[in-house]
Design a protein around this ligand. Structure first.
Ligand code: F0G
Length: 461
């Protein structure tokens, strides 16, 4: 006899619970008005299911909480740092590790140390903070995603890959000297949480080595990427997520990481690399900004939680559950006739709001409009990944459209259950049925950089 269950279950049981914000429609309407229709301005306690981000929002394990109790809070050389450093070295193989309080400070330290105003930094797709940190140095952030990555509905296994031919063309055209580093985001958050194949990492690395350009990985979701490689790329089915991860990093010269994602903790990050000169530049930058090189803005107990998290995240049962939960939500939304980026990525379902709300033009922000509406009807918080977030400009300074108008439903790790996902899918289906109720938006306030965080809007009636 063999029982094979059709029901996908969470591979954990719940030891500690937290109530979620149950509100009335009138309360949500008032809260949304107060927030200038921007879900970033809402109070979290007014949110029922918070899919704003998968960053720092997950549930820690009992093992992580207990590790925190033995955190060593020494200013320099703490035992907790060496544990954290050891786990990062095991995964990445890099020679040097600087802890940081989150990903963007690792990016800031690296880019401020190595970029010049005429530099160009190619990537598959820069995420907003990475782009902002490149541009803050006066340099240019270039996205070289493969063509299939730009077609939301196209089913392909590795839509996060970089276009290697375009990378080589760029290097030949502008010269190696203008490109201090090539970045690769795994998985590709800005492009739908899509994975990058091992073959692509290898090829990009070969081009970088040919021209003597360092290659860095933006490693926020490295474990999810590794699991996609295991599932989808020939030759990896029998390898463990750790082995796959080690091979991924073996092609690179360094990494920045927001450990608030696949570190399975609520805060933390790192900058890691092999280069003896660059690490010196980065250490010197780091001390006045983040703190001494063995704590970098983190408490000893944070580094304990991260060291355990970076081990737990490579558990195959966890990773199967993680990717399956995201796919489950994606399938339910698709079944409701709502277009999403396909196949579903690792950490989020990306609704193609531009296609779903085709009556709202790109410059009336369909993704942001849908985010406000979903909050209003169901208390769900999501995040636009489109024209507002990317803030792209034409050469004349006017706003340019993002490649796609997406709405991201990011799933915090180990936090919500299957019934929460069913509720979200029901609300999205309702929005699709009532889409003519959803209008475009205009800004009443927009900051010059990273405007999505603080913007305010009004409905265009
Ligand atoms: N790189 C990528 C690919 C990211 O997704 C993020 C953060 C960062 C860098 C910056 O890390 O927040 O720790 O400073 N992404 C979050 C998100 C905020 O919601 O996707 P951070």
């Amino acid at each position: 006899m063999s029982f094979t269950a059709r029901t996908e279950i969470e591979p954990f049981r719940i030891k500690s619970v937290e109530p979620i914000g149950i509100t009335s429609p009138a309360q949500r309407q008032a809260a949304l008005k107060e927030a200038g229709l921007n879900i970033f301005n809402l109070k979290a306690e007014d949110v029922l299911i918070d899919l704003l981000t998968d960053s720092g929002t997950g549930a820690m394990s009992a093992a992580q909480w207990s590790a925190m109790m033995i955190g060593d809070e020494s200013y320099a050389g703490s035992r907790s740092f060496y544990k954290y450093e050891g786990q990062i070295k095991k995964i990445t193989g890099f020679k040097y590790v600087l802890p940081t309080h989150q990903g963007r400070s690792a990016e800031n330290i690296l880019f401020s140390a190595i970029l010049k105003p005429d530099s160009i930094v190619p990537s598959n797709t820069h995420f907003d903070t990475t782009r902002a940190n490149v541009e803050l140095q006066g340099a240019e952030a270039d996205d070289l995603l493969v063509a299939e990555g730009k077609q939301p509905m196209l089913e392909a296994p590795f839509k996060g890959n970089m276009d290697v031919a375009r990378l080589e063309d760029l290097i030949k055209r502008v010269g190696r000297e203008r490109i201090p580093v090539v970045m690769m985001t795994v998985t590709n958050n800005g492009g739908g949480g899509q994975p990058v194949s091992m073959a692509n990492l290898r090829e990009v690395s070969q081009v970088c080595r040919k021209y003597g350009i360092p290659f860095f990985i933006d490693a926020c979701r490295f474990a999810e990427n590794a699991m996609f490689i295991k599932r989808r790329e020939a030759g990896y089915a029998d390898k463990s997520p750790l082995e796959i991860t080690q091979e991924m990093f073996s092609y690179a010269d360094g990494a920045t990481m927001s450990a608030k994602k696949d570190g399975l903790a609520n805060i933390g990050g790192f900058l890691a690399m092999n280069d003896d000169h660059w690490i010196e530049l980065c250490r010197n930058r780091m001390i006045p900004i983040e703190g001494f090189v063995t704590y970098g803005g983190l408490a000893g107990y944070d580094m304990e939680a991260l060291a355990v998290g970076l081990e737990e995240v490579l558990d195959e049962n966890y990773l199967n559950y993680r990717l399956n939960q995201t796919a489950y939500l994606g399938q339910k939304i698709l079944d409701a006739g709502v277009p999403i980026v396909r196949p579903t990525g690792g950490h989020a379902v990306f609704i193609d709001a531009g296609a779903m709300l085709s009556h709202i033009p790109w410059n009336q922000y369909p993704g942001t409009a849908l985010s406000a509406y979903l909050y209003e009807i169901a208390g769900i918080r999501s995040c636009e990944i489109g024209t507002v977030l990317f803030g792209l400009k034409n050469p004349d300074g006017s706003d340019a459209p993002a490649p796609n108008e997406l709405l991201r439903l990011a799933i915090p790790r180990r936090m919500y259950t299957r019934s929460h996902m069913d509720y979200v899918a029901e609300a999205v289906a309702y929005a699709a049925e009532h889409k003519n109720e959803i209008h475009g938006l205009r800004f009443t306030y927009a900051a010059p950089v990273l405007r999505h965080f603080t913007a305010r809007y009004e409905w265009i009636s």
